[in-house]
Design a protein. Structure first.
Length: 184
């Protein structure tokens, strides 16, 4: 569900290729593998981001964290791929520097927890089948992207309440038009 939602939301399809430059012990790295599998393509795999190699290999979409983008901007490099950026707070100054220097083929800001398998809100817009609400100022999520639960010594413990909502520890709000903003 996460891979399908990401591809639909980003307009990814035949001819696209993911760049994997994130560790596989984090869901963001694993999600690149899932998304590539769903597309039926091999990702461009790198232990450490190498822009020249990524461009040569034909990566069209990359999942990066702000630190990687900062290094790319500071080095004056240009990654031709669009970037799905998440995993930490994204400073407006970094976005402005990247845009001003044309360092990437575009940026889409991602929000989601490990429990959403790599994100479910892009640029403030939830995937088509994901609901976002607030509960006492905290963001709550519901939809097929949520993991079934967490593994505990006694078995699988559900993540959600009986109503299917996962109330996160993230502060934020949902505007009347459905736009999601994360405050912290």
């Amino acid at each position: 569900a996460s891979a399908a939602g990401a591809h639909a939301h980003l307009g990814i399809g035949a001819g696209d290729r993911w760049l994997l430059a994130l560790p596989l012990h984090h869901v963001a790295g694993l999600s690149v593998l899932w998304r590539s599998r769903v597309l039926g393509v091999e990702p461009v795999v790198q232990e450490r981001l190498d822009v020249t190699e990524a461009n040569t290999a034909g990566a069209t979409i990359a999942a990066l964290v702000p630190t990687q983008l900062r290094r790319l901007v500071d080095a004056g490099q240009r990654l031709a791929a669009r970037v799905l950026l998440g995993g930490a707070a994204i400073s407006p100054a970094l976005l402005a520097a990247s845009a001003a220097g044309g360092h990437v083929g575009g940026i889409v800001r991602s929000y989601g927890l490990t429990e959403t398998c790599g994100g479910c809100v892009y640029d403030g817009i939830p995937f088509a089948d994901v609901e976002v609400a607030t509960r006492a100022g905290r963001l709550a999520l519901r939809g097929p992207v949520l993991a079934a639960g967490t593994l505990a010594p006694t078995g699988l413990e559900p993540l959600t309440g009986p109503d299917g909502w996962l109330v996160t520890n993230d502060l934020g709000e949902v505007a009347p038009d459905g736009m999601v903003s994360v405050a912290g």
